[in-house]
Design a protein around this ligand. Sequence first.
Ligand code: FAD
Ligand code: PHB
Length: 389
Amino acid sequence: MRTQVGIIGAGPAGLLLSRLLALQGIDSVVLENRSRAYVEARIRAGILEQHTVDTLTEAGVGDRLRREGLEHHGIYLQYPGTRHKLDFPALCGRTVWVYGQTEVTKDLITTQLAGGPPLLFEVSDVIPEDVDTDSPRIRFTDADGNAQVLECDAIAGTDGFHGVSRPVVQQAGGRVWERTYPYAWLGILADVAPSTDELIYAWHPDGFALHSMRSPSVSRLYLQVSPGEQIEDWSDDRIWDNLATRFALDGWELCTGTVTDKSVLPMRSFVSAPMRRGRLFLAGDAAHIVPPTGAKGLNLAVADVTLLAAALVRLLREQRSDLVDSYSDRALARVWRCTHFSWFMTSMLHTSGDAFDAELQLSQLRRVCSSEAAARELAENYTGLPLDV
Ligand code: FAD
Ligand code: PHB
């Protein structure tokens, strides 16, 4: 088999990259080690930045998003006694959209399978080789158990945090930075209308809570818990009681409903540099992880592949390497901005049990809720800084 760009991983990063390249006349093949059903069912992110929505729309995969997605004009920041709305259009002229990552993935897969580049599920033993040459290849075993070789001009490692691509880049030298936060999120999906018009990010002495949503009839809620927490110890009643306590506000009530999914998520920051070795380019979670408090993971993956697609088109169509040569530095500049913002939101909102920390957090929250300059800084980062392709 031969293609121009071999793409490892059919998460949002790999699928969107394949689509962006196809629109510019560049061939690709996407290799995914899981099944289509598994990839489409994985519940993850829910907030799309303005640039993500624009990129998906321009790529022709934004129709259902525009129809079924919910445009949001702000968030609430809460601490005991106060729920304050940050009005994003007034602060920075941008909005965000609620549309699940599962739906983004389904839209991309549907488009790809309807005449787009090949997308192979359930492959195994994926190995990128000869990435320091101009003709790298990917060895893999297809779903029928046959050994295959995919010859390429370039390889995109969009295989997430546990993929095979990052170790190949790091073998040639590089650096990682990592922070594991001392808390986790317990997340639920529930069949109940959201009790709020905008997302609520709540600081509470018992721990952080987030009220998000997926549709007018489905809510997504999170509780800060300790990292070792067992999901079996959290009955639905215990979860709703904790949520009601942490979101409590005079005159407001939390509606409860049937819990359809629950899981515990670790909280980690991780950055791997460079995001390139020769003709192997990393994008998305393969190169970096942020804690979900800033809602940045999926958006960063989209930003990476937007830069990478333009760089690969320039390389493969015009034989000019300037954009691939600067790809890693340009992508990492945004990665570090988002890593800082995600750390800032996480640090401001999660309780550590330390009374001094709690006073600093409350002071910071009061500042964001009373100073237009402080609120604008948060709004600009949350809605996504413009992408300089
Ligand atoms: P992924 O979505 O991880 O896709 C990588 C793909 O590569 C997967 O399909 C995987 O099966 C495949 N793959 C892996 N190894 C191989 C291999 N060897 N060969 C072939 N294929 C391979 N972000 C937020 O902003 N908000 C959230 O609430 C949020 N919640 C999250 C919850 C969880 C449990 C996780 C893990 C992440 C969450 N994120 C969240 C982060 C966000 O989902 C990711 O940033 C986003 O999925 C990154 O997309 P990606 O395409 O880079 O990686
Ligand atoms: C979600 O809806 O899953 C979500 C929203 C905002 C976040 C994190 C997760 O910051």
